[in-house]
Design a protein. Structure first.
Length: 395
């Protein structure tokens, strides 16, 4: 979130066009997509806590060092793009690691709320970056934002090491993994990818990831250009403030419905309808002429409903393939990042050519509705990583 918040100030300082800004913002997804499967597979084998610590410590250093890279020479655009790619490589392992941890330690009826809680942590970080960034940009310049978020990331890495990598916990978890984790062979992948529910889940995840990344990347610039006299902290803070309670509420509702006897598949589809269907109802009006207050309300509602995906496709991978949830979540996150890269960059091109934001919001709505339709028709929650006799498929 640091670079999107600072994008306008950096574009002015280094004379970037919208296409240049799109290249820098999209560079994150080039790296993000390539470590998804590797990070998930490594988490399934050696533990998500180890992968999380290494990646967090590394991206903290790069974040804090970004201002230094930007001022090294005349090739600022190239250096910033490289820095964003490296950040993507390191952060690409984050959510697959969480999926792996949850599938190994959490029962089915509690996964929705836990995943929502962890996703809410991401929204809290976005909220802090937006609120803190609005103040720091005005008072201390965009460089201070990178220094501060780098420090916070470093503190989080220390927390992970202290609470999740204690010797007694780490040894116990390694013993459990060695007993239950099957090998992830080529034939096993082929078996999984023959299942329509798997592809429906992957496609829906691709769609909501790409649209979320597009909004996250371009919303600060949309508000800055459309409402130049508006107070920055309002549009950088309010939507993400809404995301935290709505995410927790969505996770609670998801688990509550399952405990009340609703089928897991129905609950996943209900939550995904909220994430992609209801959110699109608030995104589409932004294609027209709206006031600043209306724009903030619509975006806040859209972002709030989007968090329901934590009780939908984001946790569906643990329903379908708990034995390799990290690796498969890594694959679908990789596909989502690739689609996000295309959509973020293409959005920058559309804005530059059409001089209008309406086409971007219309595109986001179309992508969401398409992904939702596929998931509602083909989605399911029956386990597919084992044969009919109940044995895990190990080839």
């Amino acid at each position: 979130m640091t670079t999107p918040v600072c994008a306008v100030s950096m574009a002015a300082a280094f004379h970037w066009s919208k296409i240049d800004s799109g290249l820098v913002l999209g560079g994150f997804f080039w790296g993000y997509c390539f470590t998804q499967i590797l990070g998930g597979h490594a988490s399934d084998k050696v533990g998500g806590e180890r992968v999380l610590f290494i990646s967090a410590a590394s991206w903290a250093l790069i974040t804090a060092g970004t201002p230094v890279l930007a001022h090294l020479g005349p090739h600022t655009l190239a250096l910033m793009t490289v820095a964003r790619v490296l950040m993507g490589l390191l952060q690409g392992v984050f959510f697959p690691s969480l999926a792996s941890l949850c599938s190994q330690r959490v029962v089915e009826a509690e996964r929705g709320f836990l995943m929502s809680t962890m996703h809410s942590g991401s929204h809290l970080g976005t909220l802090l970056a937006g609120g803190m960034g609005s103040v720091m940009l005005d008072r201390y310049g965009w460089e201070s934002m990178f220094y501060c978020t780098g420090l916070l990331a470093g503190l989080w890495a220390v927390t992970v090491k202290y609470y999740l990598l204690r010797d007694d916990i780490a040894v116990n978890q390694m013993e459990k993994r060695s007993e239950i984790q099957p090998s992830l062979s080529r034939k096993r992948w082929l078996h999984l990818f023959k299942k329509p529910p798997v592809w429906a889940m992957v496609f829906a995840h691709m769609c909501i990831c790409s649209t979320s990344y597009t909004l996250l990347s371009w919303l600060p610039m949309f508000f800055k250009e459309s409402f130049p006299h508006a107070t920055p902290w309002v549009y950088n803070v309010v939507p993400w403030l809404m995301a935290i309670p709505s995410g927790l509420c969505g996770g609670f509702v998801s688990d509550f419905l399952i405990t009340k006897g609703y089928s897991v598949a129905s609950v996943r589809k209900i939550m995904q309808f909220g994430a992609m269907g209801l959110s699109s109802m608030f995104i589409l009006p932004l294609s027209g002429s709206v006031s600043f207050t209306s724009a903030v309300v619509f975006i806040s509602a859209a972002v709030g409903f989007t968090t329901f995906t934590a009780g939908g496709v984001s946790v569906n991978v643990q329903d379908l393939t708990p034995s390799c949830a990290g690796a498969l979540y890594g694959f679908m996150n990789m596909m989502g990042a690739l689609m996000g890269l295309v959509l973020v960059s293409f959005s920058g091109y559309l804005i530059e050519v059409t001089l209008s934001w309406s086409v971007v919001f219309s595109l986001v709505t179309l992508v969401n509705v398409t992904g939702l339709g596929i998931f509602l028709v083909f989605g399911d929650a029956q386990r597919v990583d084992r044969q009919k006799d109940g044995q895990l498929i190990v080839v």
